[in-house]
Design a protein around this ligand. Sequence first.
Ligand code: MN
Length: 287
Amino acid sequence: MRFCRFDDDRYGVVSGDKVHDITAAVDKILAGHKPPRHGDPMMAHFGAVRAAVGDGGSFPAKPLASVTLLSPVARPSKLIAAPTNYHAHVAEMNARTPNRPPGKGIRESGLFLKANSAMAGAGEGVALRFLDRLTEHELEFMIVIGKQGSQIPEDKALDHVAGYCLSLDMTVRGGEERSFRKSIDTYAVIGPWLVTKDEIADPNDIPFKLFVNGELRHNAHTNDLIFNCQKLISLASEFYTLYPGDVIFTGAPAGVGPVKPGDIMTAECAAIGPMVVKCRAYENPGV
Ligand code: MN
């Protein structure tokens, strides 16, 4: 099942080139529950939602091309991200600054958090700030947590997964803390929808690519992850309780590169689906 959010916080099931609008069924389920203290209300009841909507085919449909895709998860308790999780990306970053000692690996540096307010859906695009600085795309495979857990062992890790997405960990390069440079509004693109885990046999066996204006940038495969999906879930849960809707950016593969206003980033991943994200210059709305 391909689950999405779109337009004005509506919920949908994507089927081919259509979106079936399941908002009424989701609202009915959520109306019977107080929002959880932590985590995404809909993801906390995702099992009930799936049982109620089936494949979504009985719900009214509209063309996928006519909707604005939002992040499939609305209110996660946190956005967790892995730095330096592909050897080839570590090498490309080290090569940029040959006089500096190599950065720490993921085992030493651990994970970091991005601000929830940085989230955007594929249809919302990226609003670039600091146009005089280097801003780069990092297309990453993403894990979405479906079941609460703490200190989760690797062999139980996938029991806590609801599904998977693609994500863009947009990054201004520079000397500030990672969480500061990577938490600008819209710099955490999640989408284009959530693919439930029953459709993905092995999350560590997923090829994916990113093109910018048609030029190939990332040509990646999750079997090259230094910490695979199970290890990332286990590591994160050693430090944080994971709640339904929490997401894990699994790390940037090699091929990061600059973007500027007007650029179109197109992700390809057969397991998830294509994701098209436009870049524009940030304009302050004045509020
Ligand atoms: Mn990243």
